[in-house]
Write a protein that binds this ligand. Structure first.
Ligand code: AMP
Length: 388
């Protein structure tokens, strides 16, 4: 989840920039000012309480602000993240935001300040007054909003400077330039947080070769339990010998063997862009294990993809592979192939169904050429990485 707060004096262009930003990164936009104006228009109890304060250019009490934000956040658990405009507006509201975010098991990723000279802001607001129809867009009230900003809102910057999540752009530039600058900051922020992509598909669906290619293309770490176990076998480590025996009988490898291997891989790959998991989780128990492993790193699963292919096509592909050099010990006979397909159906399909309920699963058609499927997967992963 990425949560951004757009900051700046009234008239800095927060509203204009928010529209573009929310769209580019699929963030849920929360403008406290806009929410308050809706309450005002609906003449709700909250709206009536806030009416006079807004018209005078003052700040609405925190009790009201918390209510409207809390409601909006909890109503949108599916959001990729939130974009705040006009909040936090006081030093105290910074703590309120921290509290609200911790309720979502998240935190503010970055506060971006649109720096604009006061007189430029006033001039922009006076121009906007001609068309906005806002009760607070007139010179006397604008001056009051500016003085509230200077006294009560500017200290917010210090809070986020100290937290190290503060960035500024020159809001005096053209709308297009400001948009580019703000997007660059958000992209840099996204790059800092590794993605965790889980790739599913029946044996023979191409998940292995596609996963490897995706990892290479996006500079992600490929976490595939199969190749990790193969390397143990190739090196004939004690663990490798055990695994070999299980493979030859077409059996699944126990969690006690697999988990330390994954744990090591995650530990070794601290500064990577993200991970593609293939062949794990294979069971519901393993899905809890993976959630735990990722959570230990302060993250959660970013995306789940399921490559689909008709059963006959799967069998033909696995059968063809069993006759080539890339034949795996576990697909050397028809009985073993059938066993693996059954295992997937009985144990792994329920995992995909569980993820479908929690995160949503992106289904990808696995038929056609390798390149064709790769293009489809690439487009999906690209979107996830930029959360666009
Ligand atoms: P805006 O649309 O952000 O310019 O906000 C318009 C008015 O709504 C402000 O002048 C305040 O009266 C009120 N308001 C908006 N956000 C807040 C907030 N976070 N805290 C207190 N008052 C707010």
């Amino acid at each position: 989840m990425i949560n951004i707060a757009l900051f700046g004096p009234p008239g800095a262009g927060k509203g204009t920039q928010s529209a573009a930003l929310a769209k580019s990164f699929n963030l849920y936009y929360i403008s406290t000012g806009e929410l308050l104006r809706k309450e005002l228009a609906a003449e709700s109890k909250l709206g009536l309480e806030a009416k006079g304060i807004i018209a005078a250019g003052g700040l609405v009490p925190d009790e009201i602000i918390v209510q409207i934000i809390e409601k909006t956040i909890t109503e949108h658990p599916e959001a990729n993240g939130f974009l705040f405009d006009g909040f936090p507006r006081t030093y105290v509201q910074c703590y309120i935001l921290e509290g609200l975010m911790s309720k979502l098991n998240s935190s503010l990723s970055c506060l971006i300040c649109l720096e604009v000279e006061e007189e430029e802001s006033v001039a922009r607001l006076l121009k906007r007054a001609a068309t906005s129809g806002r009760s607070d867009d007139n010179e006397a009230v604008i001056r009051n909003r500016m003085s509230e900003y200077r006294e009560k809102t500017l200290p917010v910057l210090q809070f986020y400077r100290e937290k190290g999540i503060y960035a500024a752009v020159n809001g005096g530039n053209s709308v297009e330039q400001v948009r580019k600058d703000v997007e660059a900051i958000v992209k840099a922020e996204i790059r800092r947080r590794p993605v965790h992509i889980v790739l599913f598909g029946y044996p023979g669906s191409g998940r292995g070769s596609q996963g490897k290619a995706l990892a290479k293309h996006f500079d992600l770490e490929f976490v595939a339990t199969g190749p990790m176990l193969d390397s143990e076998i190739a090196r004939q480590t004690p663990l490798g010998k055990k695994v070999q025996a299980l493979y030859e009988n077409g059996l699944l490898v126990s969690d006690e063997i697999v988990v330390p291997l994954i744990e090591n891989k995650l530990e070794e790959s601290k500064d990577v862009r993200g991970f593609v998991y293939k062949g794990f989780p294979r069971t519901l128990v393993q899905s809890y294990i993976l959630d735990g492993l990722i959570r230990k790193r302060g993250a959660s699963i970013t995306q789940v993809i399921d490559i689909g292919l008709p059963t006959l096509e799967l069998i033909m592909r696995l059968d063809a592979r069993s006759k080539t050099n890339s034949c795996m010990p576990y697909d050397s006979t028809t009985a073993k192939i059938v066993q693996r397909l059954q295992d997937h159906e009985n144990k792994t399909v329920p995992v995909v169904e569980k993820y479908a309920q929690i995160h949503g699963v992106t289904k990808v058609d696995g038929s056609g050429s390798f390149e064709g499927v790769f293009e489809r997967l690439k487009a999906i992963v690209e979107k996830t990485i930029w959360a666009s």
